[in-house]
Design a protein around this ligand. Structure first.
Ligand code: KIV
Ligand code: NA
Length: 265
């Protein structure tokens, strides 16, 4: 396999090839996603919701992110692995941010980190990049600030917020980020942002005018089923398929249909 690097992603944008990205938090899932040929795996702090059952991404810890990331790293052969810096591991000062990023790189073997925000986290991004750690930005809906915004609705619909977003995207490019995730903003604005910078913009709920797409794997394979935002396309309905399998197993155990003659020693 030819390994995907941060350089490959910028080249893909230049060549007009769209970038595919999905989340994974564990070995088994990462192995399937990587083998399928995904370009980027994100060890997202959405693990806080999907794996741990928290209501927000706020509670997940750096140690927990490192555990998820190291499990993913053991599975992959080809894709680039990006790991979210969790809430509280980079907001207080650039030194803390660098320490957290270094822990992720050393203890998990990940290839890069992602953090949320623009101007507010500029010094932290600089510090991390200076240490040679590739940084992916994240603008638009930034779930770690959910208590500041109060809702998960579309961002940057108003002129003022759209202007700040455009400035932040330019800033992230200038600082040296290798890509930016743009979450839940109007498609027209997202396309404008993607066209204004040379690093890839990877969208989630940001339309088709960007340089790639990311979804939460558990959502797109339908393991989660209470969550249906407009941007989510479901490729499987695993919730129903798994429920069916579990019901069949229970019934086979109760009726002593399982195990049969061939399934014992
Ligand atoms: O944590 C996550 O899964 C993310 C993606 C939704 C971009 O940040
Ligand atoms: Na995230």
């Amino acid at each position: 396999y030819k390994r995907i690097t941060v350089k490959s992603l910028v080249e893909m944008k230049r060549n007009g090839e769209k970038i595919s990205m999905l989340t994974a938090y564990d070995y088994t899932m990462a192995k399937i996603v990587d083998s399928a040929g995904i370009d980027v795996i994100l060890v997202g702090d959405s693990a806080s919701n999907v794996m741990a059952g928290h209501e927000t991404t706020v509670p997940i810890t750096l140690d927990q992110m490192i555990y998820h990331a190291s499990s993913v790293i053991r599975a992959i052969q080809r894709c680039l692995v990006v790991v979210d810096l969790p809430f509280g591991s980079y907001q207080s000062d650039p030194k803390e941010a660098l320490r957290s990023a270094i822990r992720i790189m050393k203890e998990s073997g990940a290839h890069s980190i992602k953090l949320e925000g623009g101007k507010e986290v500029k010094d932290s991004i600089k510090k991390i990049l200076n240490a040679g750690i590739p940084v992916m930005g994240h603008l638009g809906l930034t779930p770690q600030s959910i208590y500041k915004f109060g809702t998960y609705t579309v961002r940057a619909k108003e002129e003022e917020e759209a202007e700040k977003l455009k400035e932040d995207a330019l800033l992230l490019e200038k600082l040296g980020c290798f890509a930016i995730v743009l979450e839940k903003v109007p498609a027209k604005l997202a396309q404008e942002v993607a066209e204004s910078i040379s690093i890839p913009v990877i969208g989630i709920g940001a339309g088709a005018g960007v340089d790639g797409q990311v979804l939460v794997t558990h959502d797109m394979i339908g393991m989660t089923h209470e969550f249906h935002p407009r941007f989510l396309r479901r490729y499987l309905n695993l919730y129903d398929e798994m429920t069916n399998a579990f019901e069949n197993y229970i019934s086979d155990v109760k009726s002593v249909d399982f195990p049969n003659e061939n399934e014992q020693y």
